[in-house]
Design a protein around this ligand. Structure first.
Ligand code: COA
Length: 259
Protein backbone atom coordinates (compact mmCIF):
# COMPACT_ATOMS: atom_id res chain seq x y z
CA UNK A 1 0.00 0.00 0.00
CA UNK A 2 1.67 3.22 -1.14
CA UNK A 3 -0.16 5.53 1.27
CA UNK A 4 0.49 5.56 5.00
CA UNK A 5 -1.81 6.80 7.71
CA UNK A 6 -1.42 7.76 11.36
CA UNK A 7 -4.78 6.61 12.65
CA UNK A 8 -5.39 3.66 10.31
CA UNK A 9 -3.54 0.48 9.47
CA UNK A 10 -4.07 -0.93 5.99
CA UNK A 11 -2.86 -4.36 5.06
CA UNK A 12 -3.59 -6.36 1.91
CA UNK A 13 -2.93 -10.11 1.98
CA UNK A 14 -1.92 -12.34 -0.94
CA UNK A 15 -5.54 -13.19 -1.72
CA UNK A 16 -6.45 -9.50 -2.11
CA UNK A 17 -8.28 -9.09 1.20
CA UNK A 18 -7.65 -5.67 2.71
CA UNK A 19 -7.88 -5.25 6.49
CA UNK A 20 -8.45 -1.67 7.58
CA UNK A 21 -7.87 -1.15 11.30
CA UNK A 22 -8.93 2.01 13.11
CA UNK A 23 -5.84 2.56 15.24
CA UNK A 24 -6.36 4.78 18.31
CA UNK A 25 -6.49 2.06 20.96
CA UNK A 26 -5.73 4.46 23.85
CA UNK A 27 -8.96 6.34 22.92
CA UNK A 28 -11.01 3.22 22.21
CA UNK A 29 -10.50 3.98 18.49
CA UNK A 30 -12.84 7.00 18.72
CA UNK A 31 -13.46 8.71 15.38
CA UNK A 32 -11.88 12.15 15.34
CA UNK A 33 -11.38 14.49 12.41
CA UNK A 34 -8.10 12.86 11.41
CA UNK A 35 -9.63 9.37 11.36
CA UNK A 36 -12.40 10.62 9.06
CA UNK A 37 -9.96 12.35 6.69
CA UNK A 38 -7.76 9.29 6.54
CA UNK A 39 -10.70 6.93 6.15
CA UNK A 40 -11.97 9.01 3.24
CA UNK A 41 -8.53 8.85 1.56
CA UNK A 42 -8.12 5.14 2.32
CA UNK A 43 -11.48 4.37 0.70
CA UNK A 44 -10.43 6.28 -2.45
CA UNK A 45 -7.26 4.23 -2.48
CA UNK A 46 -9.25 0.98 -2.15
CA UNK A 47 -11.63 2.03 -4.95
CA UNK A 48 -8.68 2.73 -7.26
CA UNK A 49 -6.91 -0.54 -6.44
CA UNK A 50 -8.49 -3.28 -8.56
CA UNK A 51 -6.37 -5.93 -6.80
CA UNK A 52 -8.42 -5.55 -3.61
CA UNK A 53 -11.18 -8.16 -3.63
CA UNK A 54 -12.70 -7.67 -0.19
CA UNK A 55 -12.47 -5.32 2.78
CA UNK A 56 -12.54 -6.09 6.50
CA UNK A 57 -12.92 -3.16 8.91
CA UNK A 58 -11.86 -3.60 12.53
CA UNK A 59 -10.48 -1.75 15.56
CA UNK A 60 -7.03 -1.97 17.18
CA UNK A 61 -6.73 -3.82 20.49
CA UNK A 62 -9.17 -6.22 22.10
CA UNK A 63 -11.45 -3.75 23.92
CA UNK A 64 -13.06 -1.70 21.19
CA UNK A 65 -14.06 -1.80 17.57
CA UNK A 66 -14.80 1.94 17.80
CA UNK A 67 -16.33 3.61 20.90
CA UNK A 68 -17.93 6.39 18.88
CA UNK A 69 -17.27 9.85 17.59
CA UNK A 70 -14.56 11.62 19.57
CA UNK A 71 -16.53 13.25 22.37
CA UNK A 72 -13.75 15.76 23.10
CA UNK A 73 -14.12 17.08 19.54
CA UNK A 74 -17.94 17.00 19.61
CA UNK A 75 -17.81 19.19 22.68
CA UNK A 76 -16.09 22.07 20.83
CA UNK A 77 -18.55 22.53 17.93
CA UNK A 78 -21.41 24.96 17.28
CA UNK A 79 -24.64 24.00 15.50
CA UNK A 80 -23.52 24.76 11.94
CA UNK A 81 -20.23 22.91 12.47
CA UNK A 82 -22.25 20.00 13.85
CA UNK A 83 -24.34 19.81 10.67
CA UNK A 84 -21.14 19.77 8.59
CA UNK A 85 -19.65 17.05 10.80
CA UNK A 86 -22.77 14.94 10.39
CA UNK A 87 -22.85 15.40 6.59
CA UNK A 88 -19.15 14.52 6.30
CA UNK A 89 -19.62 11.40 8.43
CA UNK A 90 -22.65 10.37 6.36
CA UNK A 91 -20.73 10.90 3.10
CA UNK A 92 -17.69 8.87 4.17
CA UNK A 93 -19.81 6.00 5.52
CA UNK A 94 -21.87 6.05 2.32
CA UNK A 95 -18.64 5.73 0.34
CA UNK A 96 -17.84 2.64 2.41
CA UNK A 97 -21.31 1.14 1.90
CA UNK A 98 -21.12 1.89 -1.84
CA UNK A 99 -17.99 -0.23 -2.35
CA UNK A 100 -18.73 -3.02 -4.83
CA UNK A 101 -16.48 -5.56 -3.12
CA UNK A 102 -17.73 -7.38 0.02
CA UNK A 103 -17.19 -5.32 3.18
CA UNK A 104 -17.27 -7.07 6.57
CA UNK A 105 -17.00 -5.36 9.97
CA UNK A 106 -15.07 -7.48 12.48
CA UNK A 107 -16.59 -6.05 15.67
CA UNK A 108 -14.01 -6.89 18.33
CA UNK A 109 -15.42 -5.08 21.39
CA UNK A 110 -17.36 -1.84 21.91
CA UNK A 111 -19.12 -0.54 18.78
CA UNK A 112 -20.92 2.50 20.13
CA UNK A 113 -22.38 5.58 18.51
CA UNK A 114 -20.30 6.39 15.43
CA UNK A 115 -18.62 2.98 15.86
CA UNK A 116 -21.94 1.19 15.58
CA UNK A 117 -22.77 3.43 12.61
CA UNK A 118 -19.45 2.47 11.00
CA UNK A 119 -20.23 -1.23 11.51
CA UNK A 120 -23.72 -0.73 10.04
CA UNK A 121 -22.25 0.93 6.93
CA UNK A 122 -20.33 -2.31 6.29
CA UNK A 123 -22.26 -4.93 4.29
CA UNK A 124 -21.96 -7.62 6.99
CA UNK A 125 -21.07 -7.68 10.69
CA UNK A 126 -19.20 -10.43 12.54
CA UNK A 127 -18.88 -9.84 16.31
CA UNK A 128 -16.67 -11.31 19.00
CA UNK A 129 -18.52 -12.79 22.00
CA UNK A 130 -17.47 -9.78 24.14
CA UNK A 131 -18.76 -7.19 21.64
CA UNK A 132 -21.19 -4.53 22.88
CA UNK A 133 -23.13 -2.48 20.37
CA UNK A 134 -25.34 0.53 20.82
CA UNK A 135 -26.30 4.07 19.92
CA UNK A 136 -25.92 5.91 23.27
CA UNK A 137 -26.03 9.45 21.78
CA UNK A 138 -29.14 10.39 23.82
CA UNK A 139 -26.99 10.04 26.93
CA UNK A 140 -24.92 12.94 25.52
CA UNK A 141 -28.04 14.95 24.66
CA UNK A 142 -27.60 14.06 20.97
CA UNK A 143 -28.91 11.73 18.29
CA UNK A 144 -26.86 9.54 15.95
CA UNK A 145 -25.50 11.68 13.10
CA UNK A 146 -23.59 9.34 10.80
CA UNK A 147 -26.52 7.47 9.28
CA UNK A 148 -27.50 5.46 12.36
CA UNK A 149 -31.14 6.54 12.42
CA UNK A 150 -31.46 5.44 8.80
CA UNK A 151 -29.50 2.17 8.80
CA UNK A 152 -30.55 0.69 12.15
CA UNK A 153 -34.29 0.42 11.27
CA UNK A 154 -33.35 -1.39 8.05
CA UNK A 155 -31.48 -4.02 10.06
CA UNK A 156 -33.73 -4.45 13.11
CA UNK A 157 -37.07 -2.80 12.20
CA UNK A 158 -38.48 0.54 13.38
CA UNK A 159 -39.69 -0.57 16.83
CA UNK A 160 -36.39 -2.17 17.87
CA UNK A 161 -34.43 0.75 16.41
CA UNK A 162 -36.55 3.15 18.46
CA UNK A 163 -36.15 1.07 21.60
CA UNK A 164 -32.35 0.93 21.27
CA UNK A 165 -31.87 4.55 20.23
CA UNK A 166 -34.33 6.04 22.75
CA UNK A 167 -32.79 4.12 25.63
CA UNK A 168 -29.21 4.28 24.37
CA UNK A 169 -28.67 0.86 25.92
CA UNK A 170 -25.84 -1.42 24.82
CA UNK A 171 -26.60 -4.89 23.48
CA UNK A 172 -24.30 -7.85 23.82
CA UNK A 173 -23.21 -9.80 20.74
CA UNK A 174 -25.81 -12.57 21.14
CA UNK A 175 -28.74 -10.15 21.41
CA UNK A 176 -27.32 -8.16 18.49
CA UNK A 177 -27.40 -11.36 16.44
CA UNK A 178 -30.96 -12.20 17.49
CA UNK A 179 -32.16 -8.76 16.38
CA UNK A 180 -30.29 -8.83 13.05
CA UNK A 181 -27.78 -6.14 13.97
CA UNK A 182 -24.92 -8.60 13.54
CA UNK A 183 -24.77 -11.59 11.21
CA UNK A 184 -22.57 -13.89 13.25
CA UNK A 185 -21.02 -14.22 16.70
CA UNK A 186 -17.49 -15.59 16.34
CA UNK A 187 -16.32 -18.51 18.46
CA UNK A 188 -12.83 -17.01 18.62
CA UNK A 189 -11.65 -13.69 17.27
CA UNK A 190 -14.01 -11.61 15.15
CA UNK A 191 -11.20 -10.88 12.71
CA UNK A 192 -10.45 -14.58 12.12
CA UNK A 193 -14.14 -15.32 11.61
CA UNK A 194 -14.49 -12.36 9.23
CA UNK A 195 -11.48 -13.60 7.25
CA UNK A 196 -13.00 -17.08 7.05
CA UNK A 197 -16.31 -15.66 5.80
CA UNK A 198 -14.50 -13.45 3.30
CA UNK A 199 -12.67 -16.49 1.86
CA UNK A 200 -15.98 -18.02 0.81
CA UNK A 201 -16.90 -14.80 -1.00
CA UNK A 202 -13.75 -13.82 -2.85
CA UNK A 203 -13.44 -17.22 -4.51
CA UNK A 204 -16.60 -16.31 -6.46
CA UNK A 205 -16.56 -14.18 -9.61
CA UNK A 206 -15.94 -10.52 -8.70
CA UNK A 207 -18.40 -9.22 -11.29
CA UNK A 208 -21.16 -11.41 -9.87
CA UNK A 209 -20.30 -10.18 -6.35
CA UNK A 210 -20.48 -6.59 -7.56
CA UNK A 211 -23.88 -7.13 -9.17
CA UNK A 212 -25.23 -8.88 -6.05
CA UNK A 213 -24.23 -5.83 -3.98
CA UNK A 214 -25.79 -3.43 -6.51
CA UNK A 215 -29.01 -5.49 -6.78
CA UNK A 216 -29.51 -5.84 -3.02
CA UNK A 217 -29.07 -2.07 -2.66
CA UNK A 218 -32.18 -1.70 -4.84
CA UNK A 219 -34.30 -3.96 -2.60
CA UNK A 220 -37.54 -2.27 -1.57
CA UNK A 221 -37.39 0.35 -4.33
CA UNK A 222 -39.92 0.42 -7.18
CA UNK A 223 -37.04 -0.12 -9.59
CA UNK A 224 -35.69 -3.14 -7.65
CA UNK A 225 -36.94 -6.00 -9.82
CA UNK A 226 -36.02 -4.16 -13.04
CA UNK A 227 -32.52 -3.51 -11.71
CA UNK A 228 -32.14 -7.16 -10.77
CA UNK A 229 -33.06 -8.24 -14.31
CA UNK A 230 -30.62 -5.75 -15.86
CA UNK A 231 -27.78 -6.78 -13.54
CA UNK A 232 -28.56 -10.47 -14.21
CA UNK A 233 -28.48 -9.83 -17.97
CA UNK A 234 -25.23 -7.82 -17.80
CA UNK A 235 -23.38 -10.84 -16.50
CA UNK A 236 -24.21 -12.82 -19.67
CA UNK A 237 -21.61 -10.70 -21.48
CA UNK A 238 -18.81 -11.71 -19.10
CA UNK A 239 -16.13 -14.37 -19.41
CA UNK A 240 -16.79 -15.24 -15.74
CA UNK A 241 -20.35 -16.35 -16.57
CA UNK A 242 -19.07 -18.59 -19.37
CA UNK A 243 -16.34 -19.95 -17.08
CA UNK A 244 -18.73 -20.54 -14.17
CA UNK A 245 -21.28 -22.47 -16.21
CA UNK A 246 -18.65 -24.39 -18.24
CA UNK A 247 -16.81 -25.39 -15.05
CA UNK A 248 -20.05 -26.75 -13.58
CA UNK A 249 -20.82 -28.78 -16.70
CA UNK A 250 -17.21 -30.02 -16.92
CA UNK A 251 -17.28 -30.93 -13.17
CA UNK A 252 -14.29 -28.76 -12.27
CA UNK A 253 -13.70 -25.66 -10.15
CA UNK A 254 -14.12 -22.35 -11.99
CA UNK A 255 -11.22 -19.97 -12.48
CA UNK A 256 -12.71 -16.49 -12.48
CA UNK A 257 -10.78 -13.60 -14.01
CA UNK A 258 -13.15 -10.73 -13.30
CA UNK A 259 -13.73 -10.18 -17.03
N1 COA B 1 -14.50 9.83 22.50
C1 COA B 1 -13.34 10.25 23.03
N2 COA B 1 -12.64 9.49 23.89
C2 COA B 1 -13.15 8.30 24.22
C3 COA B 1 -14.36 7.81 23.69
C4 COA B 1 -15.05 8.65 22.78
N3 COA B 1 -16.17 8.27 22.19
N4 COA B 1 -14.60 6.58 24.22
C5 COA B 1 -13.57 6.31 25.04
N5 COA B 1 -12.69 7.34 25.05
C6 COA B 1 -11.45 7.47 25.80
C7 COA B 1 -11.70 7.78 27.28
O1 COA B 1 -11.93 9.17 27.47
C8 COA B 1 -10.41 7.29 27.89
O2 COA B 1 -9.41 8.25 27.63
P1 COA B 1 -8.36 8.69 28.80
O3 COA B 1 -7.67 7.40 29.18
O4 COA B 1 -7.46 9.67 28.13
O5 COA B 1 -9.20 9.23 29.91
C9 COA B 1 -10.07 6.06 27.05
O6 COA B 1 -10.77 6.21 25.83
C10 COA B 1 -10.50 4.76 27.70
O7 COA B 1 -11.89 4.85 27.98
P2 COA B 1 -12.52 4.53 29.42
O8 COA B 1 -13.85 5.22 29.51
O9 COA B 1 -11.53 4.84 30.49
O10 COA B 1 -12.69 2.96 29.31
P3 COA B 1 -13.79 2.03 30.02
O11 COA B 1 -13.37 0.63 29.74
O12 COA B 1 -14.00 2.44 31.44
O13 COA B 1 -15.18 2.35 29.25
C11 COA B 1 -16.57 2.72 27.30
C12 COA B 1 -15.31 2.05 27.87
C13 COA B 1 -16.55 2.50 25.79
C14 COA B 1 -17.84 2.11 27.89
C15 COA B 1 -16.54 4.24 27.64
O14 COA B 1 -15.28 4.76 27.22
C16 COA B 1 -17.62 5.05 26.93
O15 COA B 1 -18.75 5.05 27.37
N6 COA B 1 -17.26 5.76 25.84
C17 COA B 1 -18.16 6.67 25.16
C18 COA B 1 -19.20 5.90 24.38
C19 COA B 1 -20.14 6.85 23.67
O16 COA B 1 -20.94 7.55 24.28
N7 COA B 1 -20.06 6.85 22.34
C20 COA B 1 -20.90 7.64 21.52
C21 COA B 1 -20.22 8.86 21.09
S1 COA B 1 -21.23 9.69 19.87
Amino acid sequence: MSQSFETLLLEVDDSGVCTLTINRPDKMNALNNQVFEELDAALDHIIENSGIKGLIVTGAGDKAFVAGADIEELNTLDDSQAVKLSLRGQRVFQKLEDLTIPVIAAVNGYALGGGCELAMACHIRVASANAMLGLPEVSLGLIPGYGGTQRLPKLVGDAKALELTLSGRFVKAEEAKETGLVNQVAEGSALDAAKEMMKSMIKQGPLALKNVILAIKEAGKDSGYGSEADLFGDLYNTADFKEGTSAFLEKRKPIFTGK
